[in-house]
Design a protein around this ligand. Structure first.
Ligand code: GLN
Length: 321
């Protein structure tokens, strides 16, 4: 399929969107329930697009590290599927929840089985799988090494202050974990599972690093540089499907409607989006909308999708190239 724009235009499109975002009046609010995130300046915006050919286009604060938070759930899920394969689906569902990322309500009627791996409850089960019989410190290290290898960047690390702050204030996550433990859906000690979960959420990455790390999802499971296979094509496709249907919690439908690409958000204001066969994209702006997804990040992706014609649902722009 031919592109509706020339690849040389991508640089201009990224620059244009970055400029528009700098002037955007409605920037949302940073997450206030994790104290170090509340202090981040909402004036910031960054964007990185890595194409299937390996070109990288960036705009704004694309090299500024931020707390990836729930975007880490994509990499944690990839690791957990590598460990236990389809057995994961005995313990976590694959349906959008239609409720907030930290909601507990469905867990009672659904007997401790979270709706999907991207709401907090589901990600805590995924953390339990990744912990195995190990210790949280080593398991966080394993995940960070995995992310480093995906991004080809050994400087990626955990922000210890964010991890500590979340373990001091993450009462809801403590409740979710204990509740699932009561149904027998956590094997490890609650404390250890949460230490891994908080550690993974506190990984700090820039847009450039995140877009690099997401390359395997746009390229059928293969890291396009060097051709290293990360997951099978079928698995990459399924992870993308989960990102599309569940990656933005109770705003997943709206994100699909506006952007039309698989995406995963985090309360740090980052979003990883995948244009299969075309690009891995990361945006960051710390101000969030009511559902806890980046306000400008979503808008920037909507404009990128519109101007490039990238969408898993077909083209949005009227003028064919
Ligand atoms: N949506 C998110 O990014 C939530 C992650 C955050 N660490 C939490 O558990 O609440």
């Amino acid at each position: 399929m031919s592109e509706s724009f020339r690849m040389t235009d991508l640089r201009a499109i990224v620059a244009e969107i970055t400029e528009e975002m700098a002037a955007a009046p409605d920037r949302g609010r940073p997450a206030s329930y994790i104290p170090p995130l509340a202090r981040v300046d909402v004036g910031q915006f960054g964007m990185a697009v890595v194409t299937a050919d390996g070109d990288v286009f960036t705009g704004g604060a694309a090299d500024e590290a931020f707390s990836v938070q729930s975007v880490s759930k994509v990499f944690a899920l990839t690791m957990a599927l590598g460990r236990v394969g389809d057995q994961l689906w005995d313990r976590v569902g694959r349906e959008p929840s239609g409720s907030a990322f930290n909601s507990i309500v469905q867990l009672e009627s659904e007997r401790g089985i979270p709706r999907n791996p991207f709401i907090n409850a589901g990600a805590i089960v995924v953390a339990d799988v990744n912990l195995g019989r190990g210790r949280p410190r080593e398991s966080v290290g394993e995940l960070v090494r995995f992310i480093r290898s995906l991004a080809d960047d050994d400087s990626i690390a955990v922000d210890a202050e964010v991890a500590r702050s979340e373990s001091e204030t993450g009462f809801r996550n403590v409740a979710l974990a204990n509740y699932m433990k009561s149904f027998g859906n956590l094997r490890g000690p609650v404390e250890d599972v949460l230490a891994l979960y908080f550690g993974q959420c506190a990984v700090a990455m820039s847009c450039r690093q995140l877009a690099m790390a997401g390359r395997y999802l746009m390229a059928g499971g293969v890291n396009p540089v060097g051709g290293h296979r990360v997951v099978s094509a079928a698995r990459a496709r399924r992870i993308n499907a989960l990102m599309l249907t569940c990656g933005h919690y109770d705003a997943s439908g709206d994100f699909a409607f506006r952007v039309g690409l698989p995406g995963k958000s985090g309360v740090g204001g980052g979003i990883l989006a995948v244009a299969p066969g075309r690009a891995s994209i990361a945006v960051w702006s710390p101000g969030l909308n009511a559902q806890g997804n980046s306000q400008l990040g979503t808008l920037a992706l909507e404009r990128l999708a519109m101007r490039t014609g990238w969408s898993v649902f077909g083209r949005m722009n009227a003028s064919p190239g």
